[in-house]
Design a protein around this ligand. Structure first.
Ligand code: ADP
Ligand code: MG
Length: 174
């Protein structure tokens, strides 16, 4: 039960918030692929995209995923990590993949409440709520395909953590 735990899901679903709490509860390390990229390149996600385009960012993101993956580690991934088939395959084979699922309206409300934490350029330049509906429509099937476990992320972070620990324990027992 020491495999890496990958948290996937759209921006605002709680990968960082829940991931830190989950790591603490399990006595695991916590790492964030966006933060790793920021530390290794000295650039923010926004700056990488400005300099190298989304394609350059995606290439770096795949390398970051592999670099941070270790046993006894909770890994918060970028919202678009599932776009590349090789990232989905890598996560599924290497560890347990947990999708923090939330509705577009909930995600948009969180990002609007804390825009400074939304660290990423919007993908389309349109209102967050519209963009969320579109991004989820495009990515939901990929999150579902990549996930070993789907968790309701529209509850308090402490309850999200409890649910994750509970489904992992069930999977272990079966
Ligand atoms: P992600 O890393 O998936 O983009 P964050 O953990 O940064 O998401 O959360 C985005 C915002 O939503 C933060 O302001 C955070 O405090 C808030 N948030 C995260 N999870 C929850 C939750 N379960 N309930 C309410 N607010 C949350
Ligand atoms: Mg995050």
């Amino acid at each position: 039960m020491s495999l890496p735990l990958f948290l996937i899901g759209a921006r605002g679903c709680g990968k960082t918030t829940v991931g830190q709490a989950l790591a603490q509860a399990l006595g695991y390390a916590f790492t964030d692929t966006d933060k790793h990229l920021q530390q290794t390149t000295g650039m923010t996600v926004t700056e990488i995209v400005a300099a190298e385009g989304w394609q350059g960012f995606r290439q770096r993101e795949s390398l970051a995923l592999q670099a941070v993956t270790a046993n006894r580690t909770v890994i918060a991934t970028g919202g678009g990590m599932v776009l590349a088939p090789e990232n989905r395959q890598f996560m599924r084979e290497r560890g347990q993949v947990i999708w923090l699922q939330a509705e577009a309206a909930v995600l948009a409300a969180r990002l609007e409440a804390y825009p400074e934490q939304a660290q990423r350029p919007t993908l389309t330049g349109r209102p967050i709520a519209d963009e969320m509906i579109e991004v989820l429509a495009a990515r939901e099937a990929l999150y579902r395909e990549a996930a070993h476990f789907i968790i309701n992320a529209m509850q308090q972070p402490v309850n999200v953590v409890e649910e994750i620990i509970s489904v992992l324990a069930q999977a272990r027992a079966s």
